[in-house]
Design a protein around this ligand. Structure first.
Ligand code: HEC
Length: 162
């Protein structure tokens, strides 16, 4: 598992700099920064524990999925922390059956951002980084609505936290 070790050494690189700014304009900046963090995570090949690359997906995400986690998220899963800490990033790549990347969905934990929604900032991107959904309302309502069923695991389906 070389990815886990690499993570620990370089974990700080995966933190978007604009967390805690919650007005509409800055959230857009955050979504763009978050996409850069995803690029870094991808380079490290830090897959969610027990999930390989391109595993068979669950509706409504892609037919094939790859899930990446950053260092704080990985530590919370491994340590069975119950919830993810602020700064945790979980990225899901959603692929078509022909292995073509269709969308990138991201959850980013920002302290105090949305307490009733687990403080998650939600984002969905096209493969080239265009933001299709972001934040905690509008399109993100849909994300929260479904992920709310996994509230007992801090809104996460992948990675048991307890
Ligand atoms: C109808 C239910 C549903 C909706 C709507 C939904 N998701 Fe998911 N999401 C899931 C399921 C189920 C998984 C686990 C998939 C797997 O790994 O097999 C998942 C996984 C994820 C993951 C990986 C972490 C985890 O929880 O396993 C992220 C990140 C994610 N979704 C983001 C989003 C975002 C962002 C949106 C909105 C744009 C969204 N999801 C909408 C059901 C949903």
């Amino acid at each position: 598992m070389p990815c886990a070790a690499g993570f620990a050494a370089e974990g700080s690189r995966f933190q978007p700099k604009t967390e805690r700014r919650t007005n509409k304009k800055n959230i857009r900046v955050l979504a763009a920064t978050l996409f850069l963090a995803y690029g870094d995570m991808k380079k490290m090949e830090s897959h969610a524990p027990a999930k390989g690359k391109l595993y068979k997906g669950t509706e409504p995400h892609g037919a094939l999925l790859t899930t990446y986690v950053n260092n704080p998220a990985l530590a919370a899963i491994k340590g069975k922390k119950g919830t993810m800490p602020a700064g945790a990033i979980v990225v899901k790549e959603n692929y078509m059956p022909d292995k073509k990347l269709a969308a990138i969905t991201v959850m980013y934990k920002v302290a105090g951002y949305n307490p009733e929604g687990g403080d998650w900032f939600w984002a969905k991107y096209t493969p080239d980084g265009k933001v299709e959904a972001e934040g905690k309302s509008g399109m993100a309502d849909m994300c929260i609505g479904c992920h709310g069923k996994a509230k007992g695991n801090d809104f996460l389906y992948t990675g048991e936290l307890k």
